[in-house]
Ligand binder design. Structure first.
Ligand SMILES: [Mg+2]
Length: 237
């Protein structure tokens, strides 16, 4: 079902990074192609054998914090993941229309926060490389708290550290377990992203309202500046 946002009830716009504002093609290439290749080279394995070794390691921690932890994977594979990401940073890029959406959020006077499971060296690299860091008033990283966004405890810890009103928040993400946890926590409006990777087809999301990409929300956002009783609190730069 296509999301229709009630902008009059939104003061905080909280966004995921990978697959929501940045093209997940980077991450799918990195984990699906580059890491198996480098792991094969390092250990003198065929690419097929390397994939067979890595697949169960990946699967065993999916949706848990180690899955998102660069240090964890450096330790497990013996590859320097932070360096590897640096080496291919030219592949990092936004989802079409995402930057215009970010600008529209700021222009509307609402608060714009990022909530990510990405490890520090990953989100810092990506926000710096794309220049998107300038748009966000806060970056909430699940590694601060020890729980991924899939876990309700992440949201409780996030609100304690960064006070906001879930009832007046909009949250967008491309991961259904994350969207469900945000909804269970009480975020009033959650929006799924159906096309996180520009190289892959759109996927259906049935459990929550969704859009193909954030760009779809920009026209209605532009038509709804924030209410006079919630004055703009822009980032001081
Ligand atoms: Mg994501």
């Amino acid at each position: 079902m296509d999301a229709t946002v009630n902008w009059d009830a939104v003061e905080w716009v909280i966004l995921d990074m990978d697959g929501t504002i940045l093209d997940l093609a980077f991450d799918n290439y990195f984990w699906g192609e580059l890491v198996p290749l480098r792991y094969a080279e390092k250990n003198g394995l065929s690419l097929k054998h390397a994939r067979e070794v890595l697949a169960p390691l990946f699967e065993s921690v999916r949706h848990t914090l180690p899955w998102y932890c660069t240090d964890h994977w450096s330790e497990v594979t013996g590859l320097n993941m932070a360096q590897l990401k640096q080496d291919v940073r030219h592949r990092i890029g936004p989802i079409e229309g995402a930057e215009d959406f970010l600008k529209a959020v700021l222009a509307s006077g609402r608060r714009l926060w990022l909530a990510t499971n990405a490890h520090w060296d990953s989100w810092r690299l990506k926000l710096e490389y794309t220049g998107f860091g300038r748009y966000f008033e806060r970056v909430i990283c699940s590694h601060e708290f020890g729980y991924p966004k899939e876990d309700l405890r992440f949201w409780e810890a996030a609100r304690a550290a960064h006070p906001f009103e879930p009832a007046r928040a909009l949250f967008a993400d491309d991961s259904l377990p994350v969207l469900s946890s945000a909804q269970a926590f009480g975020i009033a409006q959650v929006v799924g992203i159906r096309k996180p990777d520009s190289h892959l087809p759109e996927r259906p999301i049935d459990a929550v309202p969704s859009v193909r990409a954030l760009a779809q929300l920009t026209p209605s956002l532009l038509a709804h500046p924030s209410a006079p009783d919630s004055p703009p609190r822009r980032r001081e730069v």
